[in-house]
Design a protein around this ligand. Structure first.
Ligand SMILES: [Zn+2]
Length: 143
């Protein structure tokens, strides 16, 4: 799950260091769909990422060396002169706990994922938890 203010206390003090190590281990690419950190582009109607720069190509900002602020500036500029049909985005990798336990920081349990893959991973967990809650509620009703 992405770090939210309310669950920040579940993460260790050295989380920033762990995060950096996982990003390096995963070569600054989403472990599942392989999109690079700070790639710039948009998702089409099917959800496919259409790259247009950032860390995918050499561009005015350099060859695969964009920092987040530069990528954000690029997106801001694209969004100012493109139609509203597609919203340009920056791919930002986050670190996922594959077992959904933010306290299990075993490196085998961590993966650099893009927003889309991370959300898809978390949705499965949320659906599982919802089913558990329903089962528990049904159980309590049956008592
Ligand atoms: Zn991904």
């Amino acid at each position: 799950m992405p770090i939210l203010k309310e669950n920040k206390s579940l993460y260790p003090d050295n989380w920033k260091q762990i995060r950096a190590e996982i990003l390096n281990r995963d070569h600054h690419k989403c472990k599942w769909c392989r999109l690079p950190n700070y790639a710039v582009g948009y998702r089409d109607h099917s959800g496919e990422f259409i790259p247009n720069g950032g860390n995918l190509y050499c561009d005015a900002a350099g060859c695969g060396e964009l920092e987040y602020v530069e990528a954000r500036e690029m997106v801001k500029e694209y969004n100012s002169w493109h139609s509203e049909e597609y919203r340009w985005i920056v791919i930002v990798l986050t670190i996922a706990h594959l077992d959904h336990d933010p306290q299990n920081n075993d490196f085998e349990n961590l993966a650099a994922l893009c927003q889309r893959c991370h959300n898809r991973h978390d949705i499965k967990d949320r659906q599982r938890n919802r089913k558990k809650r329903i089962t528990k509620d049904q159980f309590e009703l049956a008592i």
